[in-house]
Design a protein around this ligand. Structure first.
Ligand code: ATP
Length: 356
C-alpha cells in the first residue's frame, strides 16, 4: 500500500482549466472516493494519478516518489498501480484464469508464481470455482470481479477505480459495494474510487473528496461531510435535506450562532463567518406539522409536495419572497396551500459571503 499526494495540480486541455490547483493527500491503505457532478474533473484527476495524462502544473507523488511535475514523468506501467474501469474489457476467448493472469504473462512473471497469484486473486473475489469459465458464462457482477482480480493479481500498492459499478443494476451494485469494501480490508491496498453517486461514496469510502468545477470543495469522512459541510455545494450534493439562506444576527452564550430565517431567530451551531450564511438541515431534523406555528416553528405555506419514498420533497413559501425546498419526513399529510409549522431541531450554518 502506498500514499498519494497531489500538490497544486492543474490540467488544461487547451481552454479553461479542467483541474484548478488541486491538492490532496491520500494515506497508505486509505479508501478515498472522488465524488462530484458530471464534468467536474474526477476522471481527469484519476487519469493524472495513473499517468494516462500529464499535469499542466503541480506535482504528483505516489509512495513519496515524484511521478509527475517539475520535469519528471513516470510512465503508467512503472507506477505500481492497477486500474478497474466501468467497461471491464475482458478477453472473450480467454478463460477467467487466463484473463486474470494476462498482465502477469506480459510482465514475464514465472509460471508457478503466476499460478499462485491468479489463485490468490480469484480467492479474494470469491471466483476460484469459475477459473476455467469464459467471460460470456459469467454474470455482469462476476465479470466485474474478474476485472478486479486481474488488477489484484498484479499486487499493486494502489488501485484506481473509475465508476466500476456504473453498468450494474441497483441490487448487484449494492452487493458489489460490499465486495469492494471487503477486498479493500483484506488486501490493505490504497483505493481511489471515482463516482458521481453520493450514496455509493458514503457506503465505501473512509474519506470523500467532493469536487466541483475542477476544484476540491471539501475532503472529509462521510459523517463529517453530512454533518459539517463547508460549502453550500457540499451541503446540497451530499445527503438529503435542504440548504436555506439565513441572516446571522449574533451569538448565543452557548457559542451557537443566532440566525434569522423568515423573521424567526433560531440558534444553530456553525462556522463563524459573515453576516450571511447557509443553513444546512437534514430531513431527520425537520418536523412539519399542520398546526398553526408556535414560537419554535417557522410558519410557511406549502406550494408543492412530491413523495420520494419515505421522504417528502416540499416546496414552501416562507414569507412573500422566500421560497425553499425541503426534504422531510412528514408524519401528518401536507398538501398544497396548507399553512404549516416547520421546526428545525438541528442544523449547521456555513458562511456564504457571496450570498445577497
Ligand atoms: P463524468 O462523471 O461525466 O465522467 P468527470 O467528473 O469524470 O465527469 P472528466 O471526464 O474528468 O469529468 O472531464 C472534465 C472536463 O474535462 C469535461 O468538461 C471534459 O469535457 C473535459 N475533458 C476531459 N478529457 C478531455 C480531453 N482529452 N480533451 C478535452 N477535454 C477533455
Amino acid at each position: 500500500m502506498v500514499s498519494v499526494s497531489l500538490s497544486g495540480v492543474t490540467k488544461h486541455f487547451g481552454g479553461a482549466p479542467v483541474l484548478d490547483d488541486v491538492s490532496l493527500d491520500i494515506r497508505e491503505g486509505e479508501f478515498v472516493a472522488l465524488l462530484g457532478p458530471s464534468g467536474c474533473g474526477k476522471t481527469t484527476l484519476l487519469r493524472l494519478i495513473a499517468g494516462l495524462e500529464r499535469p499542466s502544473g503541480g506535482i504528483i507523488a505516489i509512495g513519496g516518489k515524484a511521478m509527475a511535475g517539475q520535469g519528471t514523468f513516470i510512465e503508467p506501467e512503472d507506477r505500481n498501480l492497477g486500474m478497474v474501469f466501468q467497461a471491464y474489457a475482458l478477453w472473450p476467448h480467454m478463460s477467467v484464469k487466463d484473463n486474470v493472469g494476462f498482465g502477469l504473462s506480459v510482465r514475464k512473471v514465472s509460471r508457478p508464481d503466476r499460478a499462485r497469484r491468479i489463485q490468490a486473486a480469484l480467492d479474494i473475489v470469491g471466483l476460484s470455482g469459475h477459473a476455467d469459465r469464459r467471460p460470456h458464462e459469467l454474470s455482469g457482477g462476476q465479470r466485474q470481479r474478474v476485472a478486479l482480480a486481474r488488477c489484484l493479481a498484479l499486487e499493486p500498492g494502489l488501485i484506481l477505480l473509475d465508476e466500476p459499478l456504473a453498468n450494474l443494476d441497483a441490487n448487484l451494485r449494492a452487493s458489489m459495494q460490499e465486495e469492494f469494501r471487503r477486498v479493500h480490508k483484506k488486501t490493505g491496498t490504497t483505493f481511489v474510487f471515482v463516482t458521481h453517486d453520493q450514496a455509493e461514496a458514503m457506503a465505501l469510502a473512509d474519506r470523500i473528496a467532493v469536487m466541483d468545477k475542477g476544484r476540491i470543495e471539501q475532503i472529509a469522512t462521510p459523517r463529517e461531510l453530512y454533518e459539517r459541510p463547508l460549502t453550500s455545494m457540499v451541503a446540497g450534493f451530499v445527503g438529503r435535506g435542504a440548504v436555506l439562506p439565513v441572516h446571522i444576527v449574533g451569538h448565543a452564550d452557548s457559542g451557537r450562532l443566532r440566525v434569522d430565517i423568515g423573521g424567526r431567530v433560531l440558534e444553530m451551531p456553525g462556522v463563524n463567518g459573515t453576516a450571511r450564511g447557509w443553513l444546512s438541515v437534514r430531513p431527520e431534523h425537520v418536523e412539519i406539522t399542520q398546526t398553526a406555528a408556535n414560537e419554535e416553528q417557522l410558519p410557511a405555506i406549502v406550494e408543492h409536495v412530491t413523495y420520494r419514498g419515505g421522504l417528502y420533497e416540499i416546496g414552501l413559501a416562507l414569507g412573500a419572497d422566500r421560497k425553499v425546498k425541503l426534504e422531510a419526513h412528514a408524519h401528518e399529510p401536507v398538501s398544497p396551500d396548507c399553512l404549516v409549522g416547520i421546526k428545525l431541531k438541528k442544523g449547521w450554518v456555513l458562511p456564504a459571503p457571496d450570498l445577497h
